[in-house]
Ligand binder design. Sequence first.
Ligand code: GLY
Ligand code: MN
Ligand code: MN
Length: 443
Amino acid sequence: MTPYAQRRARLLAQMHAQGGGVAIIPTAPEVMRNADADYPYRHDSYFYYLTGFTEPEATLVMVAGDKDQAILFCREKNEEREIWDGYRYGPGAAREALGVDAAFSIASIDTELPKLMANRPALFYALGSSSGLDDQVKNWLNAVRAQARAGVSAPSTAIDVRVILNEMRLVKDDHEIALMRRAAEITADAHARAMRHSRAGLREYHLEAELLHEFRRNGSQFPAYGSIVAAGANACVLHYRAGNAELRDGELVLIDAGCELDSYASDITRTFPVNGKFTGPQKTLYDIVLASQYAAIAATRPGARFTEGHEAALKVLTQGMLDTGLLDKNKVGSVDDAIANGAYRQFYMHRTGHWLGMDVHDVGDYRDPAPAGTEKPWRTLVPGMVLTIEPGIYVRPAESVPEQFWHIGIRIEDDALVTPDGCDILTHKAPKTVADIEAVMRG
Ligand code: GLY
Ligand code: MN
Ligand code: MN
């Protein structure tokens, strides 16, 4: 059984547990960028998770009933279009390749779906995710309801299929872990390459080009998100995108970039000196961020809550802010005070991680279930979850802040797979300590 067929079987089991019905999972639409030019096509992650199919204009329908069925709707073969755009499976070859029970032309979905929905108790789909899908579902439901006098009943319940799929996607299977390991490795090599190419006088886009080169030559289809290459003060702009600022001697450059490989994201941040040698103040702050990341990694293990890594990092970062005078003890009090009153947020304004998978900010509830009326506790980590660990410090100039630290922005981000006895840093190949970075940059 392929991993996709295994996942379909798991979805069917969950649908049966909720009384059965029909699930409808369309892929993503193609989007026009400007006249005659599309954005690069990226399939929908849920659809891909269950099919491995990358063509646009496709929908998976799963029937959990007396007889379970997986049915694909996809584009017909079309000689004329294939001359222009390339190969299309067509329903016949797609059925074979995907191992689904049946495949139809997408052009027939409006006639087939009402038949599949007839006399089923529930509909499982991404409620309210797009007005296009909501409208289609409404039309199919009305087509079933039109047969009421013939004794046909329409589904009376709608269930958000994403709730089931998000839980499944949160814990990665072996196929996913192998891909994420490889994506992480390619990205780690890309960061090392950017370090080796860095020198004063280049521009941010030169380093972006090195990243893209390494991603693509290793088979990655796209970056998993817009690459951040932020020289000097730009590193303090959290969502800065690679631009044309000059890399200047004595400054740091922060790179947050990751490739997507066969639908799986990686997400690494490294911060290094343009000229290969940290200054004293840069090293001081860098080592605080690194120590905070190690503390968060140590807190990333089965049984721990999702937030324990963040809390561990926060303690180390806040202590560092007090030790270096970024925060004034006389004003903000102790480490615990500065955490409680939020004073640290002047220099650290984001959380320490997020789920990672097919989407860079991957799906999955950050809370565990709890009885009605009680607050849901943060998620308990279990083996197979993948999350980022990405503390940072960003120093904008202010009168109260020692000038030697002004404009320094540092983030260190790795991707961690929760294992039975801790976590495995998938991105370990990207140079990280001051000594390692300086050695790589010396050549
Ligand atoms: N690169 C996106 C993030 O770190 O969350
Ligand atoms: Mn990132
Ligand atoms: Mn991230």
